[in-house]
Design a protein around this ligand. Structure first.
Ligand SMILES: Cc1cc2nc3c(=O)[nH]c(=O)nc-3n(C[C@H](O)[C@H](O)[C@H](O)COP(=O)(O)OP(=O)(O)OC[C@H]3O[C@@H](n4cnc5c(N)ncnc54)[C@H](O)[C@@H]3O)c2cc1C
Ligand code: FES
Length: 249
């Protein structure tokens, strides 16, 4: 884990209130798919955790895809290429890359980002059938399709209001289209991931819950083990990735 200044190479609007920020710094060399970084946004004491969507270790470049929700992410969206930002990372455990013939990646809104590097690594690991399902509130919110198609992976899109793709949510799309796979990886809203856990026995979820220190020190992000009520995990340290069925959240 490093605490360093990263150079902002790009920070562009890619969908409604959604930005792609490309950073360059040396922590990139230690990154694994599904890990996150903590950004120090000027004017805020608590850092903002954002998943790394993809990275290029040779160029020391890593990409964050983020949605403007409040003041911190708004300030992030105003940063310009050429500026620097203080970043701690890599943080969290990341996604285990497992061998499977077929895998379904299911992202909801801001949960889309971390699935990009995961898809790339699953492909490199020899997974032959990778399909991606992404759910968004409306057409203007859609992003990520280009990133997956650049990897030659088909994306199924749902929108809650039916303005694009399947009318409904990502889990309803999976059911309606009869999509099956040996295992699933999912990141997105809690209710979506809980529904995915109802459909798949094998796979991983990536939790996005409010964090304070982001480094395992404050116990502000604990979740309980499902089987053992005395066992707790810090989402920022032992997570954010957990096995399907492992935790209560
Ligand atoms: C491990 C991890 C990875 C993340 N990765 C991404 C990512 O790749 N892309 C992305 O867009 N966002 C991601 N987030 C969420 C992101 O950290 C928050 O959106 C951001 O911190 C909000 O800061 P803010 O100052 O703009 O909003 P605040 O002013 O802090 O909050 C604005 C509103 O957003 C809600 N909120 C704040 N934090 C979260 C959160 N973590 N989850 C749900 N609601 C929240 C608040 O309750 C409030 O309603 C991630 C969070 C975690 C914990
Ligand atoms: S946010 Fe402090 S321990 Fe996880």
């Amino acid at each position: 884990m490093r605490d360093e200044k990263a150079k902002i190479l790009e920070n562009t609007l890619i969908a409604a209130d959604t930005f792609r920020m490309v950073l360059q710094s040396s922590l990139c060399e230690d990154l694994k798919a599904g890990q996150f970084v903590n950004l120090l946004v000027p004017g805020f004491t608590l850092r903002r955790p954002i998943s790394v969507s993809s990275f290029d270790k040779e160029a020391e470049e890593y990409t964050l895809l983020y949605k403007v929700l409040g003041e911190g992410t708004k300030k992030m969206s105003e940063m310009k290429a050429g500026d620097t930002v203080q970043v701690i990372g890599p943080l969290g455990n990341g996604f285990p890359i497992e061998t499977a013939e077929s895998v379904l990646l299911i992202g909801g809104g801001a949960g889309t980002g971390p699935l990009v590097q995961l898809a790339k690594e699953l492909k490199e690991a020899g997974c032959r059938k990778i399909r991606v399902v992404l759910g968004f509130p409306t057409k203007a919110d859609i992003y990520g399709v280009e990133e997956f198609s650049a990897l030659g992976i088909r994306t199924h899109i749902s929108t809650d209001d039916g303005t694009y793709g399947f009318h409904g949510n990502a889990v309803e799309l999976i059911r309606a289209e009869g999509l099956t796979a040996e295992m699933a990886y999912t990141c997105g809203p809690k209710r979506m991931m809980q529904a995915v856990e109802g459909l798949f026995d094998r796979g991983y979820i990536s939790l996005d819950i409010r964090m304070a220190c982001g480094m395992g020190a404050c116990m502000g992000c604990v979740v309980k083990d499902k089987a053992d009520p005395d066992k707790y995990y810090r989402v920022c340290k032992e997570g954010p990735v957990f096995r399907i069925g492992q935790v209560d959240y």
